[in-house]
Design a protein around this ligand. Structure first.
Ligand SMILES: O=C(O)CCC(=O)C(=O)O
Ligand SMILES: [Fe+2]
Length: 256
C-alpha cells in the first residue's frame, strides 16, 4: 500500500491539485490555508478522501487495489471496535454505529510529511497538536520514520514505528458520547529535517445529522449534531487559527 501512496504523492503538484475535480472538493490539501503564523502551519500534504471515492485514486496511481483493500479492512475493524467499546464498557447498543457510521460518511486520509529545513526553534509541526473530530481513528504509521507524539498532562510521548501494529485513537465524538469515559487523545506530528514520512488514517465518522448525546446523568456535554460540531470547528479554525473542540459543547460552555 505504501508504494501506491508514495506514487500518488510523487505526481507533479498541478496534477495532484487537478484531483480535486475528480473527487469531492478539498481532497488534496497542503499546508494550512488559514495559518497566520509559522506555528499554525502544517508541514504536510494529504489526500483526504471520502471512503466511497477511494477507487477514484486509480486516476493518479494506475492501481489502487492495496489502498482500497486497506480501506475496506480498517472500515470493518472500526465498526467492530466501536461496537465492542459501546456494548462492553458503556452498556449501549452497537447498532448505533451500524446505523449512523456508514462507509459514505467515513474518510481515508493519506499524509505525507516532506523533510523540513526549518530549525526546531521555529516550532513548525507536521501536524499541529489536535484531537480528531470523529469517533475513532485507525492509523497506519510509517514503518520506519517516527514523528507521531501523544500529548498527556502537557507531556509528549513518541509513538515508536511498528510495522506490525495499527494505532487506534479515540476521537472527540466518542468522548462526548461516552460522557468522558473515553478520552479523545491529543496528538501531533513533529517534522524531520532529513527524511520524508508517510501515514494513512481512517476516520470513523457519522452522518452530518447524527445527534451526539451521552445519556448519562449529569451529562458533561449538551446534545449536538455532527454537522454543528464540524461547522463550529471550521469557524474556530478560520477565526482563531485553531480548533477549540469539545469545550464549546459542555453544558456550561464558557465560549459563546
Ligand atoms: O501522521 C500521523 O501519524 C498522524 C496523522 C493524524 O493525526 C491525522 O491525520 O489526523
Ligand atoms: Fe489526527
Amino acid at each position: 500500500m505504501r508504494r501506491e501512496q508514495v506514487k500518488a504523492f510523487k505526481q507533479p503538484f498541478d496534477r495532484k491539485k487537478e484531483e480535486d475535480d475528480k473527487f469531492s472538493a478539498g481532497t488534496y490539501r497542503w499546508g494550512t490555508p488559514t495559518a497566520t503564523c509559522l506555528n499554525q502551519l502544517a508541514w504536510s500534504e494529504a489526500f483526504h478522501i471520502p471512503l466511497l471515492e477511494v477507487e477514484n485514486l486509480t486516476s493518479i496511481v494506475s492501481c489502487s487495489s492495496a489502498i482500497e483493500q486497506f480501506a475496506t479492512t480498517v472500515a470493518d475493524l472500526a465498526q467492530k471496535l466501536a461496537g465492542i467499546l459501546a456494548e462492553k464498557y458503556l452498556g449501549r447498543k452497537s447498532t448505533f454505529f451500524q446505523d449512523n457510521c456508514a462507509p459514505s460518511t467515513c474518510y481515508l486520509r493519506m499524509n505525507r510529511y516532506p523533510p523540513c529545513p526549518m530549525p526546531p526553534a521555529a516550532a513548525v509541526f507536521g501536524l499541529m497538536p489536535h484531537t480528531d473530530s470523529d469517533f475513532l481513528t485507525i492509523l497506519y504509521q510509517d514503518d520506519q520514520v517516527g514523528g507521531l507524539q501523544l500529548v498527556k498532562d502537557g507531556k509528549c510521548f513518541a509513538v515508536k514505528p511498528n510495522p506490525q501494529a495499527l494505532i487506534v485513537n479515540i476521537g472527540d465524538l466518542f468522548q462526548a458520547w461516552s460522557n468522558g469515559v473515553y478520552k479523545s487523545v491529543e496528538h501531533r506530528v513533529v517534522t524531520n529535517p532529513h527524511v520524508e514520512r508517510f501515514s494513512t488514517a481512517y476516520f470513523f465518522c457519522p452522518s452530518y445529522d447524527t445527534e451526539i448525546e451521552s445519556r448519562c446523568e449529569p451529562s458533561i456535554y449538551r446534545k449536538f449534531s455532527f454537522k454543528e460540531y464540524r461547522q463550529q470547528v471550521q469557524e474556530d479554525v478560520g477565526k482563531l487559527g485553531r480548533k477549540v473542540g469539545l469545550s464549546r459543547f459542555t453544558v456550561n460552555a464558557i465560549y459563546s
